[in-house]
Design a protein. Structure first.
Lengths: 284, 241
């Protein structure tokens, strides 16, 4: 059965986040939110990266169950925006994430003490990515970078769960047609299945979101239709993850959200990073 | 009674990574043996520690009834909280611990004087009563096709356990000299049930599991290699009576 390879330290899950940092990302997120789209996206990615570290935590140790690349794009270029000890890295493991945050932010969490009584505890939570916005939207460059990373990954993990690429954008590519590059990317495969490309469009407007559609019939413009055409169908583990979040998904539902609000962005990342039975429920 | 105990982590893991646990205790006066295996769920927090506490709790005071199991869980959960939160831990460890631990457990008491046994289980760790190299009874009454990735498990969040009563199995029966009891966590339990489908299938397993540890380890490795055993943590106890 495709998309059933287990996530192990030998064959970790691999996620590539393509993050639009073009000038328009500075505009406020739609739906009455004051924060810019760049801030909303950076927050969601930091939260997701921390979640991957937590999912890789056993006892006091973080194991390398996941590898991550981030490709930021804007200003006519695509680059890896890691900072601090991760600066210059292209692929980062979860233990490297844990050891090299760009900075930490203190958060108060309610946890039990040894007797089971609740107490407030200050916890230093890592931050990896800062919001940024400027210039054009070179999505094709970002997809080409992702394709090269996927080529390398499938050559090293030919039987593992295939790479998952999550593209977060608010606009149209300014450097060409991304569809052929997306097709090349999703033609790459391990024995477990083809590489997956999911697309999420964050909106400054108040239009209703299109969530995981099975066809492009309800999409109003060519840009949305192109993003839909680039998006892979959600495999079974992600359909289950979506159902667990209360979404009415069906076989054929694409990994595509248009006009997402922040909650839908977080949900998209959660569904798109559930590669198999590994991480969310008390599975084996 | 003779007892064999075997633990094998996943093939790429070290012993420290293994989240399956076993324990047994022999009463020198009566000759009774209590034994338990537990399978900590990888996706939950500190599940090896939780499995360890459960098997020890069983050997201290075996549960024969649902209410006994709930009491045992409450006590073990308090100990788990003390283990997890009793020391400084990194942020990811504390965040993960909030979700709690979960494990399957199967335990048996084999009583020499009256030649009876009582087995109890919740989840997909199993106990098999074996006679003449064939399985006579399985507790819980699993078949080889009943294993999936979503077994019902005992949680450190004890409120979650209340709804599991219908999944708790306890059986009392008699044994005769020469019988064996095999306790096994899910991957090995499934493999044993598959092996029992053919007339002599179980014999190879029993011979290997009651041989030198190196022989058993080679058998487990080769079974994984040919696909007759899933590459998962394995805990097995064999009691020969």
């Amino acid at each position: 059965m495709p998309y059933s390879a287990k996530i192990t330290r030998k064959d970790p899950g691999y996620f590539i986040f393509l993050v639009d940092q073009s000038g328009s990302m500075e505009d406020p997120q739609g739906g009455g939110y004051a924060a810019s789209k760049a801030i909303v996206v950076a927050d969601a990615i930091n939260r997701l990266l921390n979640n991957l570290v937590i999912r890789s935590s056993r006892g006091n140790t973080v194991y390398d169950y996941f590898s991550i690349s981030i490709v930021a794009y804007g200003d006519d270029r695509a680059w890896a925006p890691w900072q601090g000890g991760l600066a210059g890295s292209t692929i980062v493991t979860t233990s490297q994430l844990d050891a090299n945050p760009a900075r930490v932010e203190e958060r108060i969490e309610r946890v039990p003490d040894a007797s089971g009584n609740e107490r407030d505890l200050a916890i230093n939570v890592p931050v990896y990515v800062d919001p940024a916005a400027g210039g054009s939207t070179p999505m094709c460059k970002a997809l080409e970078n992702a394709t090269r990373l996927c080529e390398w990954w499938v050559s090293k993990h030919p039987a593992g769960f295939p790479p998952i690429v999550l593209n977060l954008t608010d606009g149209e590519a300014t450097d060409g047609d991304p569809v052929p590059i997306a097709r090349r990317l999703t033609s790459l495969a391990t024995t477990d299945g083809n590489a997956l490309l999911f697309n999420l469009h964050v909106s400054s407007g108040d239009d209703a979101a299109q969530l995981y559609p099975r066809s492009d019939a309800a999409l109003s413009d060519d840009f949305a239709k192109r993003l839909f055409a680039m998006s892979s169908a959600l495999p079974e583990p992600m359909l289950r993850a979506g159902a667990g979040l209360g979404l009415a998904l069906a076989p054929g539902s694409r990994g595509f959200v248009y006009n997402a609000d922040p909650a839908q962005l977080v949900q998209f990342l959660e569904i798109g990073t559930t590669p198999n039975t590994y991480a969310t429920a008390p599975d084996r | 009674m003779r007892v064999y105990d075997l633990i094998f982590p996943k093939s790429d893991d070290t012993a420290d990574d293994c989240e399956d646990r076993l324990a047994y205790v022999r009463d020198e006066l009566s000759g009774n043996v209590r034994a338990a295996v537990a399978d900590g769920a990888t996706a939950t927090a500190f599940s090896g520690e939780w499995a360890e506490l459960l098997v020890r709790a069983y050997c201290d005071a075996p549960f024969m009834q649902w209410s006994d199991l709930l009491r045992c869980c409450d006590d073990a959960a308090r100990r788990w909280t003390a283990v997890v939160y009793g020391e400084d831990r990194p942020w990811h460890s504390l965040m993960r611990a909030k979700a709690g631990g979960a494990a399957a457990i199967a335990g048996i008491e084999v009583r020499s004087p009256d030649r009876t046994w009582t087995a109890a289980a919740l989840g997909d760790s199993c106990i098999f009563h074996v006679r003449d190299d064939r399985i006579r009874a399985a507790v819980p009454p699993y078949g080889a096709d009943d294993f999936d990735n979503h077994p019902s498990l005992l949680s450190t969040d004890t409120a979650r356990n209340a709804g599991l009563e219908s999944l708790f199995t306890a059986v009392t029966d008699t044994f005769v000299s020469g019988d064996r009891f095999v306790l096994a966590t899910d991957a090995a339990a499934q493999a044993l049930l598959v092996a029992d489908r053919s007339a002599d299938g179980l014999r190879d397993w029993i011979v290997a599991l009651t041989s030198e540890r190196e022989t058993a380890a080679r058998f487990i490795a080769s079974s994984r290699a040919v696909g007759s055993l899933r590459d998962d943590d394995v805990a097995i106890v064999v009691i020969e009576v």
